[in-house]
Design a protein around this ligand. Structure first.
Ligand code: ZN
Length: 423
């Protein structure tokens, strides 16, 4: 059910021509406002953000290559991948040989259109097409048109805070700058929007900040505008490529041993087949959050990582490539990771000299995992081991350890260790 809702959102957003800036990006964020009360921020062209500057805004209305008969042999309206993103305007006649350096194909995948972008160039234009389309073009003269504008405007991003009991925050960041690509950008957008919608009515420990940003420059601009507040970010996840059939891949934060790293690793281990990667300075927004001047505890959750599936950055990354079931599984996994963050605490055993007698308190009825979890919590709760520490050491799931702690606390056998707060 929830998977279908997420896939419908991917389907709704799929046709929009998103880019680093422009109306496709803006319209994407406006459509998300039907689901969550997202605030749209407009950062004007020319605004400096650390070593970067917001470029001119790019918009496109039409683009085509017409043959002598006036027939569109390449048509932007059939796929927005046909135009290199940020192409400068062009309208003239030229031979196929003159046009050829501006054409991009995938010879190894002759039925797919590649995705290309030329942000920050201001001189480049080009078309992407299938190898089969190119092979079918006869020599001769063509009318080439890209009806785009590159003009002063703004970079748009969306932000939404779900307030919790604490002003400490969990950051969820997704990129929103790719045109018709379903797994790379839309799957993350849909899962993040779904999470925001589900968390909103809940009583939460942390506040959850959702950022919908164009790649690279979006997180840089956001960090530049919010530098004074980033110490509130206690945990964070970049969500990307979450709709394909692959197993989960978690990429650790630069710190490597942050609570989010341990929480995500623990949840994935208990959910089954997965991979955990150490940090590298390549990828998505984690490159900025984990730059040395910030070094935030932000990891990245994907299924098959970017660049590791053949459909990546091609028209093969379409609405069939992502499924409702995989999107739903990704959302559930994120909720389980947040569950660890919400429930993580450190306790002190109030009856630490030998084991307390569980039977006389009615706590010995459930023989098995529950009992084992209680014994672990009692033994390890000396104010120095958190519930996540205990879950990792015992092999029990965090959820089982959390339940055991609740039962022991309700019988007066455990007390929260306030000075540590379990963080
Ligand atoms: Zn991408």
């Amino acid at each position: 059910m929830i998977g279908r809702v997420l896939h419908d959102l991917v389907t709704d957003l799929y046709p929009l021509c998103r880019s680093l800036t422009g109306d496709g990006l803006r319209e994407t964020l406006r459509r998300l406002q039907r689901h969550i009360p997202l605030t749209l921020h407009e950062v004007p062209t020319g605004t400096d953000a650390f070593d970067w500057t917001v470029p001119k805004e790019w918009n496109i209305r039409d683009a085509f290559v017409k043959n002598r008969g006036g027939e569109r042999v390449i048509d932007f309206h059939r796929s927005n991948l046909h135009v290199v993103s940020y192409s400068v305007p062009v309208h003239r006649r030229m031979s196929l040989d003159e046009l050829r350096p501006h054409l991009h194909t995938l010879p190894d995948r002759p039925d797919w259109i590649p995705y290309r972008a030329a942000f920050y160039s201001e001189t480049t234009w080009g078309f992407c097409l299938t190898q089969r389309q190119l092979d079918a073009l006869p020599d001769g003269e063509y009318e080439v048109c890209i009806d785009s504008t590159l003009a002063p405007g703004a970079l748009t991003y969306g932000e939404y805070l779900v307030p919790g009991e604490s002003s400490d925050e969990v950051l969820i960041s997704v990129h929103v700058c790719h045109p018709s690509l379903a797994n790379d950008n839309l799957s993350g957008i849909a899962v993040a929007a779904g999470l925001a919608e589900m968390l909103t009515p809940l009583a939460l420990r942390y506040s959850y900040r959702f950022l919908f940003l164009p790649g690279t420059l979006g997180p840089i601009v956001w960090l530049a505008r919010n530098e004074a507040h980033v110490t509130r970010i206690r945990h964070g996840l970049v969500l990307v490529c979450l709709g394909d059939a692959g197993r989960f891949t978690y990429k650790r934060s630069r710190r490597g041993d942050a609570v989010i790293d341990r929480a995500a690793t623990h949840v994935l281990r208990h959910r089954g087949d997965h991979e955990v990667q150490s940090f590298s300075p390549y990828g998505y927004a984690e490159r900025q959050y984990c730059s040395p001047g910030f070094d935030l505890p932000v990891g990245r959750l994907s299924r098959t990582p970017h660049g590791c599936f053949p459909e990546y950055h091609t028209s093969g990354d379409d609405l069939q490539f992502v499924t409702a079931a995989q999107l739903a599984g990704s959302l559930a996994t994120c909720l389980e990771i947040f569950g660890v963050l919400e429930g993580e605490r450190t306790y002190v055993n109030q009856s630490p000299k030998c084991e307390p007698q569980l039977g006389k308190r009615g706590l010995y009825r459930d023989i098995g995992d529950n009992e084992m979890a209680m014994l672990w919590v009692l033994n390890q709760s000396d104010g120095r081991h958190s519930l996540l520490d205990i879950a990792e050491r015992s092999g029990c799931s965090f959820a089982a350890i959390r339940r055991a702690a609740d039962r022991l606390e309700s019988h007066g056998l455990l007390k929260a260790h306030e000075s540590l707060g379990g963080r």
